[in-house]
Design a protein. Structure first.
Length: 115
């Protein structure tokens, strides 16, 4: 837990968010500024800054992010219509929160680049 990290604080329950999924390894909550009808952030409970700091020991939790994405896609009824999973890394990708997260975006047609 990193006390100055907004996602760590959401996971710890000390910052507000609409949490829609939680297990020992992963938490998921609604994006504060959604760009589509479904826009969920799926995050490891462990504070990992970005893909740049992922380690071999993180592979299980990183894989689990995708399993949770699939479960939530089914829950939100977008598994057949389709969805996009995005991981932004660093300034050129526009990463703004430095706690690894998978964006699950769906419920509308998404152009190739999401601004
Ligand atoms: P990034 O650009 O780093 O990939 O995405 C970070 C995302 O986190 C943004 O889409 C932003 O809307 C979302 N976000 C930032 N702060 C908060 C917050 O306090 N609560 C929630 N629910 N989402 C947040
Ligand atoms: Zn964190």
């Amino acid at each position: 837990m990193k006390t100055d990290c907004i996602f760590c604080r959401i996971i710890a329950g000390t910052a507000p968010a609409e949490i829609i999924y939680k297990d020992e390894q992963v938490s998921a909550f609604l994006n504060l500024n959604p760009i589509a009808p479904v826009h969920v952030l799926i995050v490891p409970v462990k504070h990992i800054e970005s893909v740049n700091t992922c380690e071999v020991g993180d592979e299980a939790v990183i894989g689990h992010l995708f399993t949770v994405a699939r479960l939530l896609a089914v829950r939100y009824g977008i598994d057949q219509s389709g969805y996009r999973l995005i991981v932004n890394t660093g300034p050129d990708a526009g990463q703004s929160v430095f706690h690894l997260h998978l964006h699950l975006i769906g419920g509308r047609r998404i152009s190739f680049l999401v601004e």
